[in-house]
Ligand binder design. Structure first.
Ligand code: MG
Length: 193
């Protein structure tokens, strides 16, 4: 068993042949990241989800516009690159980010991603909201995220569900979102291995 394990880890302690370089390059082609965010719903704020303003009686409270979808996506992209989270890059103690359109944050994160030689493989988002009904806005939200990240709309999935009336989300006091992002080497990138 030990012998088999050793033979399956050829990269450690050996000189690198071209084959090993190729294998290593393939192994570093994909990175996965996960993001989660939740904001409280309050009166007197517009509701923004995935960079789209959605007609509703309440909006999400936050230092920025409270867009949980874009925040979860940003965290997933930053997480895939291993460079922290949205709170580190855009601190809520910084007055520059007060009331900021989260689309600007997403554009900034997408630029970081490109600078590091990555492109979007795909994005899969789940929004948990008791209301409003989000299905009619799904195409606009996918389109907006695709535009912000510089990815085709076919690479962007946005799903929505209720919380079956349970807990703060179910009582309509908050909206949450999770995002999983796969990054792949941008075309033409020769990553150092
Ligand atoms: Mg947030």
């Amino acid at each position: 068993m030990n012998r088999a394990r050793k033979s399956n880890t050829p990269l450690r302690g050996r000189s690198r042949s071209n084959d090993e370089h190729d294998l290593r390059a393939r192994l570093t082609t994909l990175r996965i990241g996960h993001g989660y965010d939740l904001h409280r719903l309050v009166e007197g704020r517009p509701l923004f989800l995935a960079g789209v303003q959605i007609s509703h009686s309440r909006g999400l409270l936050g230092h920025s516009d409270g867009d949980v979808v874009l925040h979860a996506i940003c965290d997933a992209v930053l997480g895939a690159m291993g460079i922290g989270d949205i709170g580190q890059h855009f601190p809520d103690t910084d007055e520059r980010y007060r009331g900021i359109d989260s689309s600007e944050l997403a554009r900034h994160v997408a630029a970081l991603m490109r600078d590091e030689g990555w492109s979007i493989g795909n994005v899969d988002v789940t929004i948990c909201a008791e209301e409003p009904r989000l299905a009619p806005h799904r195409h606009a939200m996918r389109n907006r995220v695709a535009d912000l990240l510089g990815a085709p709309i076919t690479s962007i999935s946005i799903k929505a569900k209720t919380n079956e009336g349970l807990d703060a989300i179910g009582r309509g006091e908050a909206i949450a979102a999770t995002a999983v992002v796969l990054l792949e080497d941008a075309p033409g990138v020769q990553r150092e291995v």
